[in-house]
Design a binder for this molecule. Structure first.
Ligand SMILES: Nc1ncnc2c1ncn2[C@@H]1O[C@H](COP(=O)(O)OP(=O)(O)OP(=O)(O)O)[C@@H](O)[C@H]1O
Length: 664
C-alpha cells in the first residue's frame, strides 16, 4: 500500500489558526506542554497495550526528545510511544484534533479576554499558535505498520505521505513563525519543560540531557515518605526559603480525585498573603500557580501542590469559584488542614506551641472566615498566659481540674486535655485555651477574661493582676482585636476586660478606704488625696478615683494608674479605624491614685506641712503640685506613651522636680 493523499480538513470556519492565535495571545508557550502531554500519553498507551498482550515487542526505555534546529527554524518533539497508522492520523489529527479546535473557537471567539486557568488540554492544534507548518512523522506499534508523514501549513489543507521512519513512535516538527523564534532558544525550552513538565513521569531530554525531575511526591503514598522527603520537596519547590513548619498530605479519590501536599510556611510580615503560592497541577502537568479560586481564602498563605483532574480548567476563573466540585474540594482542604493541626496539638503540644507563633494568625483568620473551620479548631486556639509565669501564683488560684466530657466515638473532642493545666513552650512561655482559662478561674472570676494587648505598655497592669493571682491572657497579635469581638459573640456570657480598662474588686483593699485622717474637716485620706490631685491637675474631664491597691509590698504597686473603660476605648478604636487614623487618647479617662502607696502618703504629709506657711503658694505646696503632675505623667506613660509635646514637658518637669528636691 502506498499512501499519498491530499485533503481538506472538514471544519466550518475557513481559517481557524489566526483565531486560535489571537484568542490565546498571552499563552502561546503552552503549545509545548500540550505536545509533550500527548507524547507522554502515547508512551503510557503503549505500556497499556503491552500489558494487555496486544503488543509483544520490545518496550525500550520510555523517553521524549526535544530537538532544535536553528537553521531550519524547527523544533521537534519525539516520543517512542504507541505511534499512529495513516488511518489514525486521519481520524485523530484531521478529525478529533481539529474538531476540538473548532469547538474551542466557537466557545472563545467572543470572549477572548476571559481569564482561564492555564488553557489546559487545548491539544495538538495549539501548535499552530507558534508554527507556520506542522509535520507529523509516525510509526505505529502494530505489526506491519507503514510509517506516515503528515503536514499542514495552518490552512485546512493537509498532505499525507509515506515516511521512511523505522523507529516506533512519533515526531512532531514545528517550523516556527517569524515572531515565535524564542522557541529556538534551548534556555527558553528548558525553562518551559521545568515549569510545565517537571513532574511528568517520563524523562524529557534536550540536547541529550534529561531536564525534568519526574518524581511527583504528592502521588506517592504518605506511608512511604519520610520527613526528609517532604522537606527536600519543599526546598525544591521554594528554594532559599526557611523550612516549613508542618505539612498536610492530601490523598483522596472519592467523591473527587485530589492529591497534593500543602505546607505551612513561617509567615513573614512582608509576605502578601492575598496572593496564593500553591501550584495547581492536573495529572502531574503544571497548570498554574494562581489558584486563588480553588483554595479557601484563609489558606492562601499555604504553599505546595494540589493535583486534581476534577477541577474544570477551561472555564473562566469566575465560573470556577462557583463550581460545586471546586467548593467541595475547598471544604475538603480546609478540613484536612484543621485535622492536621489537631493531630499536632494532640500529639506534640510543645511543637504545636512553637508553630503557633506563626500559625496563630492564620488559624484565627480561618476561624473568622469559615464557620466550619472555626468549629473544628476552636478548642485548639491558644493564648499565652501569665499563669505560673515567673512567679507561681498564690494557692487560691491553684489548679481546678476541668471536667471535660469525652465520648469515645467523637474524634473531634479528643483534643481537649483532661486537665486545665496549660502547656509550656521550650522558652518557658505558657499557653492555654480559652476554655481551660475559664474553667481554671471560674471560682475567682467566673466568665471574666483579663487580657493584655501590648505586653510592653501594659506591663504595670499585667504585673498588678499577676501579683494578686489574676491570670492574664496575651491577645497581642494584630488580628486579636477582631478576634476578641468574635470570641465575645461566640461566648456571649463572657466579659473580656483589658487589664488597663478597669480595676477588678480583688485588686482593691476596701478596708483602707474609709479611714478618717482629718478630724476637723471629717475628711478621709481618700478625699484629701482626690482634692489634692484635682487642684493640681485642673482637668475637669479627668475622672480621679482614689483606691488602696492590694499588695504585700506597696512599693510593688504603682502610685497611680490611668484606666480607659473598655467600651469607651473600643468606640474610639472603631472610629479611628473608620477614619483610618490612630486612636487619639480621650481626655475622659480615669486616674486611679493608689492611696496605699508610700509616695502618695508622703505627698499628703508634705501638703499638710505646707498649709502652715503664710501667704501664697509655699515651696512645699508648689512641689506637691509638681509631684501630682509627675505622678499623673508616669501613669500616662505606662498606659500609652507620649507624643513629642508630652515628652518635652515630661522631661522639663522631671528636671524641675529633681531641682526642687535637691534644694531641700
Ligand atoms: N505523540 C502522539 N502519539 C500518538 N498519538 C498522538 C500523539 N499526539 C496526538 N495523538 C493523537 O491525536 C489525538 C488528538 O490529540 P489532541 O492533543 O488534539 O487531543 P487529546 O490529546 O485527545 O486531548 P487533550 O485535549 O487532552 O490534549 C490524541 O487523542 C491521540 O490519539
Amino acid at each position: 500500500m502506498t499512501i499519498k493523499e491530499q485533503g481538506t480538513i472538514t471544519i466550518h470556519s475557513e481559517n481557524i489558526f489566526p483565531i486560535i492565535k489571537k484568542s490565546l495571545y498571552t499563552d502561546h508557550e503552552i503549545f509545548l506542554r500540550e505536545l509533550i502531554s500527548n507524547a507522554v500519553d502515547a508512551i503510557q498507551k503503549l505500556k497499556m497495550v503491552s500489558l494487555s498482550g496486544e503488543f509483544q515487542g520490545e518496550l525500550n526505555e520510555p523517553e521524549i526528545q526535544i530537538t532544535i534546529d536553528k537553521e531550519q527554524k524547527t523544533l521537534s518533539i519525539t516520543d517512542n510511544g504507541i505511534g499512529m497508522t495513516a488511518d489514525e492520523v486521519k481520524k485523530y489529527i484531521n478529525q478529533v484534533a481539529f474538531s476540538s479546535a473548532e469547538e474551542f473557537i466557537n466557545k472563545y471567539k467572543n470572549n477572548g479576554d476571559q481569564q482561564i486557568i492555564g488553557h489546559f488540554g487545548l491539544g495538538f492544534y495549539s501548535s499552530f499558535m507558534v508554527a507556520s507548518q506542522v509535520e507529523i512523522d509516525t510509526l505505529s506499534f502494530q505489526a506491519d505498520a507503514q510509517a506516515v508523514h503528515w503536514s499542514c501549513d495552518g490552512s485546512p489543507k493537509f498532505q499525507l505521505d509515506e515516511s521512511s521512519r523505522t523507529g516506533r513512535g512519533t515526531t512532531v516538527t514545528l517550523t516556527l513563525q517569524e515572531e515565535e523564534q524564542e522557541y529556538l532558544e534551548p534556555a527558553r525550552i528548558r525553562q518551559l519543560i521545568k515549569t510545565y513538565c517537571d513532574f511528568m513521569p517520563v524523562p524529557i531530554k534536550l540536547d541529550g540531557e534529561v531536564v525534568n525531575q519526574q518524581k511527583a511526591l504528592w502521588k506517592q503514598s504518605p506511608q512511604n515518605l519520610t520527613k526528609e522527603d517532604y522537606l527536600e520537596f519543599y526546598r525544591y519547590l521554594y528554594p532559599f526559603q526557611e523550612e516549613p513548619l508542618l505539612w498536610v498530605h492530601l490523598n483522596t479519590d472519592y467523591p473527587f480525585i485530589l492529591n497534593g501536599i500543602l505546607y505551612f510556611p513561617k509567615l513573614k510580615p512582608d509576605v502578601d498573603v492575598s496572593k496564593g503560592q500553591i501550584k495547581l497541577f492536573c495529572n502531574q502537568v503544571f497548570v498554574s500557580d494562581h489558584c486563588e479560586e480553588i483554595i479557601p481564602k484563609f489558606l492562601l498563605p499555604l504553599r505546595g501542590v494540589i493535583d486534581s483532574t476534577d477541577i474544570p480548567l477551561n472555564v473562566s476563573r469566575s465560573a470556577l469559584t462557583n463550581d460545586r466540585t471546586v467548593k467541595r474540594i475547598a471544604d475538603y482542604i480546609a478540613k484536612k488542614v484543621g485535622d492536621r493541626l489537631k493531630e499536632l496539638y494532640r500529639e506534640n503540644r510543645e511543637e504545636y506551641i512553637r508553630c503557633w507563633q506563626d500559625l496563630g494568625t492564620f488559624v484565627k483568620f480561618g476561624s473568622l472566615n469559615d464557620d466550619k473551620f472555626n468549629k473544628q479548631v476552636e478548642d485548639i486556639i491558644i493564648f499565652r498566659t501569665t499563669y505560673k509565669e515567673n512567679n507561681p501564683q498564690p494557692e487560691t488560684a491553684s489548679e481546678t481540674p476541668a471536667v471535660q466530657v469525652q465520648t469515645e466515638d467523637d474524634a473531634w473532642q479528643d483534643v481537649t486535655p483532661a486537665t486545665t493545666e496549660p502547656a509550656a513552650a521550650k522558652n518557658g512561655e505558657v499557653y492555654t485555651t480559652l476554655k481551660e482559662y475559664l474553667e481554671r478561674n471560674k471560682e475567682r472570676h467566673e466568665n471574666r477574661v483579663f487580657y493584655c494587648t501590648e505586653p510592653v505598655t501594659q506591663a504595670t497592669y499585667v504585673q498588678l493582676h499577676k501579683n494578686q493571682g489574676l491570670e492574664v491572657l496575651f491577645m497581642d497579635s494584630f488580628i486579636d482585636s477582631h478576634f476578641i469581638s468574635f470570641l465575645e459573640q461566640e461566648y456571649s456570657d463572657v466579659k473580656f476586660t483589658r487589664v488597663d480598662s478597669e480595676l477588678d474588686e480583688t485588686l482593691i483593699d476596701k478596708d483602707k478606704a474609709g479611714e478618717i485622717v482629718d478630724p476637723t474637716t471629717n475628711k478621709t485620706r481618700s478625699e484629701q488625696i482626690k482634692e489634692l490631685f484635682e487642684k493640681a491637675l485642673n482637668k475637669p474631664k479627668l475622672n480621679i478615683r482614689t483606691e488602696a491597691l492590694k499588695s504585700d509590698d506597696p512599693q510593688g504597686t504603682p502610685p497611680a494608674m490611668v484606666l480607659l473603660p473598655e467600651f469607651l476605648r473600643r468606640l474610639r478604636e472603631m472610629n479611628a479605624l473608620m477614619q483610618q487614623q490612630n486612636m487619639e487618647f480621650p481626655e475622659e479617662h480615669i486616674l486611679v491614685v493608689n492611696t496605699a502607696h508610700p509616695l502618695i502618703q508622703n505627698l499628703v504629709n508634705l501638703n499638710q506641712g505646707s498649709v502652715i506657711q503664710g501667704e501664697g503658694e509655699s515651696p512645699s505646696g508648689q512641689l506637691v503640685d509638681l509631684m501630682c503632675h509627675h505622678i499623673y505623667d508616669l501613669a500616662l506613660m505606662a498606659q500609652k506613651g507620649f507624643d513629642a509635646e508630652g515628652m518635652k514637658s515630661f522631661v522639663e518637669r522631671s528636671n524641675q522636680v529633681l531641682t526642687r528636691l535637691t534644694e531641700r
